[in-house]
Design a protein around this ligand. Sequence first.
Ligand code: TRP
Length: 460
Amino acid sequence: MAADRSKFSNKFGFIAAAAGSAVGLGNIWKFPFEVGNGGGSAFLIVYLVFCFVLCYPILVTEIAIGRKSQKSAAMAFKPLGHPRWSIVGILGVFCGVLILSFYNIVAGWVLGYFVEMLLGNFDIGKNFGTYIQDIAEVGGYTIAFLIATTYIVSMGVTKGIEKASKLLMPVLLAIIIILTIYAFTLDGASEGIHFYLVPDFSKLNLNVIYRALGQSFFSLSLGLGAMMTYGSYLSSKENIASAGVYITLADVGIAFLAGLMIFPFVFSQGLTPEGGAGLIFITMPGIFETMGPTLGVVIGSLFFLLLAFAALTSTISLMELPVAYMVDKHKIKRKKAVWYSAGIIFLLGIPSMLGNGYSEYFTSFITYVGAEKPVNFMDFVTDVASNTLLPFGGLMVSIFAIYAWKRQKLFKELSVGNPNFTKTFLSRYIAFSLKYICPPILGIIFIITVLEIFFGVKIL
Ligand code: TRP
Protein backbone atom coordinates (compact mmCIF):
# COMPACT_ATOMS: atom_id res chain seq x y z
CA MET A 1 0.00 0.00 0.00
CA ALA A 2 2.68 2.43 1.05
CA ALA A 3 4.59 1.83 -2.15
CA ASP A 4 1.97 3.29 -4.47
CA ARG A 5 1.28 6.34 -2.34
CA SER A 6 1.56 9.48 -4.46
CA LYS A 7 4.56 11.70 -3.89
CA PHE A 8 5.44 15.31 -4.52
CA SER A 9 7.87 15.31 -7.44
CA ASN A 10 10.67 17.21 -5.68
CA LYS A 11 11.54 19.58 -2.88
CA PHE A 12 10.21 22.63 -4.68
CA GLY A 13 6.91 20.85 -5.28
CA PHE A 14 6.57 20.03 -1.62
CA ILE A 15 7.58 23.48 -0.42
CA ALA A 16 5.22 25.14 -2.89
CA ALA A 17 2.35 22.96 -1.68
CA ALA A 18 3.13 23.34 2.02
CA ALA A 19 3.83 27.06 1.76
CA GLY A 20 0.69 27.29 -0.37
CA SER A 21 -1.24 25.68 2.44
CA ALA A 22 0.28 28.05 4.96
CA VAL A 23 -0.07 31.25 2.98
CA GLY A 24 -3.76 31.96 2.69
CA LEU A 25 -6.60 34.16 3.79
CA GLY A 26 -4.98 33.86 7.19
CA ASN A 27 -2.08 36.00 6.01
CA ILE A 28 -3.80 38.56 3.85
CA TRP A 29 -7.32 38.83 5.28
CA LYS A 30 -7.12 37.68 8.88
CA PHE A 31 -3.64 38.80 9.87
CA PRO A 32 -4.19 42.53 9.18
CA PHE A 33 -7.43 42.72 11.14
CA GLU A 34 -5.97 40.76 14.03
CA VAL A 35 -3.07 43.21 14.04
CA GLY A 36 -5.57 46.08 13.87
CA ASN A 37 -7.62 44.77 16.79
CA GLY A 38 -4.57 43.69 18.76
CA GLY A 39 -2.97 47.12 18.88
CA GLY A 40 -0.62 46.95 15.88
CA SER A 41 2.96 45.93 16.30
CA ALA A 42 2.55 44.50 19.81
CA PHE A 43 0.48 41.78 18.19
CA LEU A 44 2.99 41.43 15.36
CA ILE A 45 5.87 40.81 17.73
CA VAL A 46 4.04 38.20 19.79
CA TYR A 47 2.94 36.50 16.57
CA LEU A 48 6.50 36.37 15.21
CA VAL A 49 7.88 34.95 18.44
CA PHE A 50 5.22 32.22 18.46
CA CYS A 51 5.91 31.35 14.81
CA PHE A 52 9.62 30.83 15.28
CA VAL A 53 9.80 29.51 18.81
CA LEU A 54 6.75 27.26 18.98
CA CYS A 55 5.44 26.69 15.48
CA TYR A 56 8.60 25.88 13.53
CA PRO A 57 9.54 22.89 15.74
CA ILE A 58 5.95 21.63 15.63
CA LEU A 59 5.83 22.05 11.86
CA VAL A 60 8.96 19.95 11.43
CA THR A 61 7.57 17.31 13.80
CA GLU A 62 4.26 17.10 11.96
CA ILE A 63 6.02 16.60 8.64
CA ALA A 64 8.30 13.94 10.15
CA ILE A 65 5.38 12.03 11.67
CA GLY A 66 3.60 12.06 8.31
CA ARG A 67 6.61 10.96 6.31
CA LYS A 68 7.58 8.20 8.70
CA SER A 69 4.08 6.76 8.94
CA GLN A 70 3.19 7.25 5.26
CA LYS A 71 -0.32 7.97 6.45
CA SER A 72 -2.60 10.97 6.74
CA ALA A 73 -3.30 12.69 10.06
CA ALA A 74 -5.86 10.40 11.65
CA MET A 75 -3.99 7.23 10.66
CA ALA A 76 -0.44 8.39 11.28
CA PHE A 77 -0.03 7.41 14.91
CA LYS A 78 -0.78 3.71 14.56
CA PRO A 79 2.13 2.75 12.29
CA LEU A 80 4.44 4.53 14.73
CA GLY A 81 3.24 2.13 17.42
CA HIS A 82 0.88 4.51 19.28
CA PRO A 83 -2.67 3.78 18.13
CA ARG A 84 -4.26 5.59 21.08
CA TRP A 85 -2.87 8.89 19.86
CA SER A 86 -5.03 8.56 16.75
CA ILE A 87 -7.64 10.57 18.61
CA VAL A 88 -5.45 13.64 18.09
CA GLY A 89 -5.48 13.07 14.34
CA ILE A 90 -9.22 12.41 14.25
CA LEU A 91 -9.88 15.59 16.21
CA GLY A 92 -7.71 17.33 13.63
CA VAL A 93 -9.78 16.07 10.73
CA PHE A 94 -13.00 17.34 12.36
CA CYS A 95 -11.41 20.63 13.20
CA GLY A 96 -10.18 20.99 9.60
CA VAL A 97 -13.66 20.42 8.26
CA LEU A 98 -15.02 23.07 10.64
CA ILE A 99 -12.36 25.57 9.65
CA LEU A 100 -12.93 24.93 5.97
CA SER A 101 -16.68 25.42 6.43
CA PHE A 102 -16.21 29.11 7.27
CA TYR A 103 -12.99 29.66 5.33
CA ASN A 104 -14.81 28.74 2.19
CA ILE A 105 -17.38 31.46 2.78
CA VAL A 106 -14.75 34.15 3.08
CA ALA A 107 -13.23 32.71 -0.10
CA GLY A 108 -16.68 33.16 -1.66
CA TRP A 109 -16.65 36.87 -0.68
CA VAL A 110 -13.23 37.14 -2.31
CA LEU A 111 -14.43 35.62 -5.55
CA GLY A 112 -17.47 37.90 -5.52
CA TYR A 113 -15.29 40.94 -4.95
CA PHE A 114 -13.00 39.91 -7.78
CA VAL A 115 -15.99 40.04 -10.15
CA GLU A 116 -17.21 43.37 -8.70
CA MET A 117 -13.74 44.87 -9.21
CA LEU A 118 -13.68 43.69 -12.80
CA LEU A 119 -17.00 45.47 -13.25
CA GLY A 120 -15.60 48.61 -11.64
CA ASN A 121 -18.12 48.54 -8.79
CA PHE A 122 -15.97 50.18 -6.13
CA ASP A 123 -18.98 51.06 -3.97
CA ILE A 124 -19.08 47.46 -2.88
CA GLY A 125 -16.66 48.35 -0.05
CA LYS A 126 -19.20 50.68 1.56
CA ASN A 127 -21.85 48.04 1.12
CA PHE A 128 -19.87 45.15 2.57
CA GLY A 129 -22.36 44.70 5.43
CA THR A 130 -25.27 44.22 3.04
CA TYR A 131 -23.24 42.27 0.50
CA ILE A 132 -22.47 39.46 2.93
CA GLN A 133 -26.16 39.15 3.75
CA ASP A 134 -27.01 38.46 0.15
CA ILE A 135 -27.28 34.72 0.58
CA ALA A 136 -27.96 33.89 -3.06
CA GLU A 137 -24.93 35.81 -4.29
CA VAL A 138 -22.50 34.79 -1.54
CA GLY A 139 -23.82 31.23 -1.62
CA GLY A 140 -23.25 31.03 -5.37
CA TYR A 141 -19.65 32.18 -5.13
CA THR A 142 -19.04 29.91 -2.16
CA ILE A 143 -20.24 26.93 -4.17
CA ALA A 144 -18.10 27.98 -7.13
CA PHE A 145 -15.04 28.17 -4.92
CA LEU A 146 -15.79 24.86 -3.29
CA ILE A 147 -16.09 23.23 -6.71
CA ALA A 148 -12.68 24.60 -7.75
CA THR A 149 -11.15 23.19 -4.55
CA THR A 150 -12.88 19.86 -5.00
CA TYR A 151 -11.74 19.59 -8.58
CA ILE A 152 -8.07 20.20 -7.75
CA VAL A 153 -8.11 17.77 -4.83
CA SER A 154 -9.81 15.15 -6.99
CA MET A 155 -6.86 15.35 -9.41
CA GLY A 156 -4.60 14.02 -6.67
CA VAL A 157 -1.37 15.10 -5.07
CA THR A 158 1.01 15.63 -7.99
CA LYS A 159 -1.31 16.62 -10.80
CA GLY A 160 -3.70 18.59 -8.60
CA ILE A 161 -2.26 20.01 -5.41
CA GLU A 162 1.37 20.34 -6.46
CA LYS A 163 0.69 21.67 -9.94
CA ALA A 164 -1.76 24.32 -8.73
CA SER A 165 0.59 25.47 -5.97
CA LYS A 166 3.66 25.71 -8.20
CA LEU A 167 1.72 27.91 -10.58
CA LEU A 168 -0.15 30.07 -8.08
CA MET A 169 2.47 30.76 -5.41
CA PRO A 170 4.97 32.71 -7.56
CA VAL A 171 2.14 34.76 -9.10
CA LEU A 172 0.88 35.57 -5.64
CA LEU A 173 4.28 36.76 -4.50
CA ALA A 174 4.64 39.01 -7.54
CA ILE A 175 1.22 40.62 -7.02
CA ILE A 176 1.76 41.33 -3.36
CA ILE A 177 5.15 42.95 -4.00
CA ILE A 178 3.69 45.23 -6.66
CA LEU A 179 0.86 46.28 -4.36
CA THR A 180 3.17 46.91 -1.42
CA ILE A 181 5.38 49.17 -3.49
CA TYR A 182 2.32 51.07 -4.64
CA ALA A 183 1.06 51.39 -1.04
CA PHE A 184 4.32 53.02 -0.02
CA THR A 185 3.82 55.85 -2.48
CA LEU A 186 0.53 56.96 -0.89
CA ASP A 187 -0.02 59.89 1.46
CA GLY A 188 -0.46 58.54 4.94
CA ALA A 189 1.79 55.56 4.27
CA SER A 190 4.17 56.52 7.03
CA GLU A 191 1.37 56.70 9.60
CA GLY A 192 0.33 53.20 8.63
CA ILE A 193 3.87 51.90 8.88
CA HIS A 194 4.26 53.58 12.24
CA PHE A 195 1.13 51.87 13.57
CA TYR A 196 2.37 48.56 12.22
CA LEU A 197 6.01 48.65 13.24
CA VAL A 198 6.42 50.79 16.33
CA PRO A 199 5.43 48.65 19.31
CA ASP A 200 3.02 49.83 21.98
CA PHE A 201 3.29 47.21 24.68
CA SER A 202 0.55 48.78 26.76
CA LYS A 203 -1.82 47.10 24.31
CA LEU A 204 -0.61 43.66 25.30
CA ASN A 205 -3.09 41.58 27.28
CA LEU A 206 -4.24 37.98 27.54
CA ASN A 207 -6.63 38.33 24.67
CA VAL A 208 -3.91 39.64 22.34
CA ILE A 209 -1.63 36.76 23.31
CA TYR A 210 -4.43 34.24 22.83
CA ARG A 211 -5.28 35.56 19.39
CA ALA A 212 -1.63 35.82 18.33
CA LEU A 213 -1.10 32.21 19.30
CA GLY A 214 -4.18 31.06 17.39
CA GLN A 215 -3.07 33.16 14.43
CA SER A 216 0.42 31.67 14.36
CA PHE A 217 -0.93 28.11 14.29
CA PHE A 218 -3.64 29.00 11.81
CA SER A 219 -1.27 30.77 9.50
CA LEU A 220 1.24 27.90 9.47
CA SER A 221 -1.56 25.32 9.00
CA LEU A 222 -0.55 23.53 12.18
CA GLY A 223 -2.28 21.61 14.91
CA LEU A 224 -4.62 19.41 12.98
CA GLY A 225 -2.38 17.23 10.91
CA ALA A 226 -2.52 19.03 7.57
CA MET A 227 1.27 19.11 7.48
CA MET A 228 1.38 15.45 8.57
CA THR A 229 -0.74 14.59 5.60
CA TYR A 230 1.47 16.57 3.22
CA GLY A 231 4.52 15.02 4.91
CA SER A 232 3.19 11.59 4.04
CA TYR A 233 3.60 12.51 0.37
CA LEU A 234 7.20 13.69 0.84
CA SER A 235 10.05 11.61 -0.50
CA SER A 236 12.77 10.31 1.80
CA LYS A 237 15.39 12.22 -0.19
CA GLU A 238 14.26 15.56 1.18
CA ASN A 239 15.57 17.51 4.14
CA ILE A 240 12.62 18.26 6.42
CA ALA A 241 14.34 20.74 8.76
CA SER A 242 15.36 23.01 5.90
CA ALA A 243 12.03 22.65 4.09
CA GLY A 244 10.42 23.75 7.36
CA VAL A 245 12.59 26.85 7.44
CA TYR A 246 11.51 27.83 3.92
CA ILE A 247 7.85 27.21 4.70
CA THR A 248 7.97 29.28 7.89
CA LEU A 249 9.84 32.12 6.22
CA ALA A 250 7.46 32.17 3.26
CA ASP A 251 4.45 32.26 5.55
CA VAL A 252 5.73 34.85 7.99
CA GLY A 253 7.22 36.87 5.13
CA ILE A 254 3.93 37.09 3.24
CA ALA A 255 1.94 37.94 6.38
CA PHE A 256 4.49 40.66 7.14
CA LEU A 257 4.27 42.01 3.59
CA ALA A 258 0.47 41.95 3.76
CA GLY A 259 0.67 44.22 6.82
CA LEU A 260 3.10 46.54 5.04
CA MET A 261 0.65 46.74 2.18
CA ILE A 262 -2.64 47.12 4.09
CA PHE A 263 -1.83 49.66 6.81
CA PRO A 264 -0.58 52.37 4.45
CA PHE A 265 -3.77 51.81 2.46
CA VAL A 266 -5.96 52.04 5.56
CA PHE A 267 -4.34 55.20 6.89
CA SER A 268 -4.17 56.87 3.50
CA GLN A 269 -7.96 56.68 3.44
CA GLY A 270 -8.26 58.16 6.89
CA LEU A 271 -9.82 54.94 8.17
CA THR A 272 -9.08 53.19 11.43
CA PRO A 273 -7.37 49.81 11.47
CA GLU A 274 -9.88 48.24 13.86
CA GLY A 275 -12.16 47.22 11.04
CA GLY A 276 -12.68 43.61 12.15
CA ALA A 277 -13.33 40.86 9.65
CA GLY A 278 -14.40 43.40 7.05
CA LEU A 279 -11.16 45.38 7.12
CA ILE A 280 -9.81 44.59 3.69
CA PHE A 281 -13.24 44.22 2.11
CA ILE A 282 -14.27 47.68 3.28
CA THR A 283 -10.98 49.52 2.86
CA MET A 284 -9.51 48.18 -0.33
CA PRO A 285 -12.27 49.03 -2.84
CA GLY A 286 -12.09 52.66 -1.72
CA ILE A 287 -8.36 52.63 -2.44
CA PHE A 288 -8.87 51.18 -5.86
CA GLU A 289 -11.45 53.84 -6.63
CA THR A 290 -8.93 56.61 -5.98
CA MET A 291 -6.69 55.08 -8.64
CA GLY A 292 -9.11 56.04 -11.38
CA PRO A 293 -11.34 53.81 -13.47
CA THR A 294 -8.76 51.88 -15.50
CA LEU A 295 -5.94 51.42 -13.04
CA GLY A 296 -8.46 50.83 -10.25
CA VAL A 297 -10.06 47.97 -12.14
CA VAL A 298 -6.69 46.40 -12.96
CA ILE A 299 -5.17 46.67 -9.49
CA GLY A 300 -8.45 45.93 -7.73
CA SER A 301 -9.12 42.75 -9.61
CA LEU A 302 -5.47 41.75 -9.29
CA PHE A 303 -5.72 42.13 -5.52
CA PHE A 304 -8.77 39.93 -5.14
CA LEU A 305 -7.32 37.44 -7.60
CA LEU A 306 -4.27 37.26 -5.36
CA LEU A 307 -6.48 36.55 -2.39
CA ALA A 308 -8.41 33.91 -4.29
CA PHE A 309 -5.15 32.16 -5.25
CA ALA A 310 -3.89 32.31 -1.68
CA ALA A 311 -7.18 30.90 -0.45
CA LEU A 312 -7.26 28.11 -3.01
CA THR A 313 -3.90 26.59 -2.12
CA SER A 314 -5.09 26.60 1.51
CA THR A 315 -8.56 25.18 0.94
CA ILE A 316 -7.05 22.29 -0.96
CA SER A 317 -4.88 21.42 2.03
CA LEU A 318 -7.85 21.59 4.38
CA MET A 319 -9.95 19.49 2.03
CA GLU A 320 -7.16 16.93 1.74
CA LEU A 321 -7.61 16.12 5.46
CA PRO A 322 -11.03 14.46 5.33
CA VAL A 323 -10.31 13.12 1.85
CA ALA A 324 -7.07 11.39 2.83
CA TYR A 325 -8.82 10.09 5.92
CA MET A 326 -11.58 8.48 3.89
CA VAL A 327 -9.10 7.12 1.36
CA ASP A 328 -6.65 5.75 3.96
CA LYS A 329 -9.14 4.52 6.50
CA HIS A 330 -12.22 3.51 4.59
CA LYS A 331 -10.61 2.80 1.22
CA ILE A 332 -13.11 5.09 -0.48
CA LYS A 333 -12.02 6.22 -3.96
CA ARG A 334 -10.49 9.70 -3.98
CA LYS A 335 -12.98 10.98 -6.55
CA LYS A 336 -15.88 9.96 -4.36
CA ALA A 337 -14.31 11.10 -1.11
CA VAL A 338 -13.84 14.66 -2.41
CA TRP A 339 -17.50 15.08 -3.28
CA TYR A 340 -18.67 13.65 0.05
CA SER A 341 -16.35 16.05 1.82
CA ALA A 342 -17.53 18.99 -0.26
CA GLY A 343 -21.16 18.26 0.63
CA ILE A 344 -20.46 18.11 4.34
CA ILE A 345 -18.34 21.25 4.26
CA PHE A 346 -21.00 23.18 2.41
CA LEU A 347 -23.74 22.18 4.85
CA LEU A 348 -21.60 23.01 7.87
CA GLY A 349 -20.86 26.41 6.36
CA ILE A 350 -24.51 27.48 6.20
CA PRO A 351 -24.70 28.81 9.79
CA SER A 352 -21.53 30.87 9.19
CA MET A 353 -23.06 32.30 6.05
CA LEU A 354 -26.34 33.17 7.79
CA GLY A 355 -24.54 34.60 10.81
CA ASN A 356 -23.46 37.78 9.04
CA GLY A 357 -26.72 39.60 9.62
CA TYR A 358 -29.14 37.44 7.69
CA SER A 359 -30.23 35.34 10.63
CA GLU A 360 -30.44 37.01 14.02
CA TYR A 361 -29.88 33.66 15.75
CA PHE A 362 -26.54 32.91 14.10
CA THR A 363 -25.46 36.57 14.10
CA SER A 364 -25.75 36.92 17.89
CA PHE A 365 -24.89 33.31 18.37
CA ILE A 366 -23.28 33.19 21.78
CA THR A 367 -22.20 35.54 24.57
CA TYR A 368 -19.20 34.25 26.49
CA VAL A 369 -19.49 34.35 30.27
CA GLY A 370 -18.67 37.86 31.40
CA ALA A 371 -18.48 39.30 27.86
CA GLU A 372 -20.53 42.33 26.88
CA LYS A 373 -21.48 41.49 23.33
CA PRO A 374 -22.42 38.23 21.64
CA VAL A 375 -20.25 36.89 18.81
CA ASN A 376 -21.53 35.47 15.55
CA PHE A 377 -21.27 31.86 14.52
CA MET A 378 -18.15 32.36 12.41
CA ASP A 379 -16.29 34.06 15.25
CA PHE A 380 -17.38 31.34 17.62
CA VAL A 381 -16.04 28.61 15.32
CA THR A 382 -12.83 30.62 14.90
CA ASP A 383 -12.40 30.84 18.67
CA VAL A 384 -13.09 27.18 19.29
CA ALA A 385 -11.50 25.53 16.27
CA SER A 386 -8.74 27.88 15.34
CA ASN A 387 -7.70 29.85 18.41
CA THR A 388 -8.15 27.03 20.92
CA LEU A 389 -7.98 23.62 19.28
CA LEU A 390 -5.07 24.31 16.91
CA PRO A 391 -2.67 25.27 19.72
CA PHE A 392 -4.07 22.32 21.67
CA GLY A 393 -3.24 20.03 18.72
CA GLY A 394 0.26 21.52 18.69
CA LEU A 395 0.59 20.80 22.40
CA MET A 396 -0.36 17.18 21.78
CA VAL A 397 2.12 16.87 18.92
CA SER A 398 4.97 18.15 21.08
CA ILE A 399 4.06 15.83 23.96
CA PHE A 400 3.72 12.93 21.56
CA ALA A 401 7.10 13.59 19.96
CA ILE A 402 9.03 13.83 23.21
CA TYR A 403 7.25 11.42 25.55
CA ALA A 404 5.64 8.77 23.34
CA TRP A 405 7.52 8.58 20.06
CA LYS A 406 10.70 9.90 21.72
CA ARG A 407 13.36 12.22 20.54
CA GLN A 408 15.65 9.53 19.07
CA LYS A 409 12.99 8.35 16.66
CA LEU A 410 12.00 11.88 15.69
CA PHE A 411 15.66 12.69 15.07
CA LYS A 412 16.15 9.49 13.11
CA GLU A 413 13.37 10.53 10.74
CA LEU A 414 14.69 14.08 10.52
CA SER A 415 18.09 12.66 9.58
CA VAL A 416 16.62 10.87 6.57
CA GLY A 417 17.60 13.07 3.63
CA ASN A 418 19.76 15.13 6.02
CA PRO A 419 22.46 12.83 7.49
CA ASN A 420 24.16 15.58 9.49
CA PHE A 421 20.97 16.72 11.16
CA THR A 422 21.87 15.75 14.73
CA LYS A 423 25.04 17.82 14.51
CA THR A 424 23.23 21.00 13.55
CA PHE A 425 22.04 23.88 15.68
CA LEU A 426 18.50 23.31 14.41
CA SER A 427 18.37 19.88 16.00
CA ARG A 428 19.17 21.31 19.42
CA TYR A 429 16.74 24.16 18.89
CA ILE A 430 13.91 21.80 17.89
CA ALA A 431 14.52 19.39 20.77
CA PHE A 432 14.72 22.20 23.32
CA SER A 433 11.56 23.89 22.14
CA LEU A 434 9.55 20.66 21.92
CA LYS A 435 10.50 19.64 25.41
CA TYR A 436 10.90 22.82 27.45
CA ILE A 437 8.96 25.52 25.63
CA CYS A 438 5.96 24.07 23.78
CA PRO A 439 4.35 21.95 26.50
CA PRO A 440 4.45 24.51 29.33
CA ILE A 441 3.61 27.58 27.25
CA LEU A 442 0.90 25.94 25.18
CA GLY A 443 -0.48 24.13 28.21
CA ILE A 444 -0.68 27.27 30.34
CA ILE A 445 -2.22 29.41 27.62
CA PHE A 446 -4.72 26.66 26.84
CA ILE A 447 -5.90 26.32 30.42
CA ILE A 448 -6.04 30.03 31.13
CA THR A 449 -7.88 30.94 27.95
CA VAL A 450 -10.43 28.16 28.19
CA LEU A 451 -11.21 29.12 31.77
CA GLU A 452 -11.23 32.87 31.17
CA ILE A 453 -12.76 33.19 27.76
CA PHE A 454 -15.26 30.38 27.73
CA PHE A 455 -16.06 30.03 31.43
CA GLY A 456 -15.48 33.55 32.67
CA VAL A 457 -13.13 32.49 35.50
CA LYS A 458 -10.84 35.41 36.30
CA ILE A 459 -7.25 34.24 36.62
CA LEU A 460 -5.03 37.06 35.46
N1 TRP B 1 -2.83 28.51 6.78
C1 TRP B 1 -3.99 28.88 6.05
C2 TRP B 1 -4.13 30.38 6.06
O1 TRP B 1 -3.33 31.05 6.63
C3 TRP B 1 -5.24 28.20 6.54
C4 TRP B 1 -5.08 26.73 6.61
C5 TRP B 1 -4.87 25.90 5.57
C6 TRP B 1 -5.03 25.96 7.76
N2 TRP B 1 -4.70 24.62 6.00
C7 TRP B 1 -4.79 24.63 7.35
C8 TRP B 1 -5.15 26.26 9.10
C9 TRP B 1 -4.65 23.64 8.28
C10 TRP B 1 -5.01 25.24 10.03
C11 TRP B 1 -4.75 23.95 9.63
O2 TRP B 1 -5.03 30.92 5.52
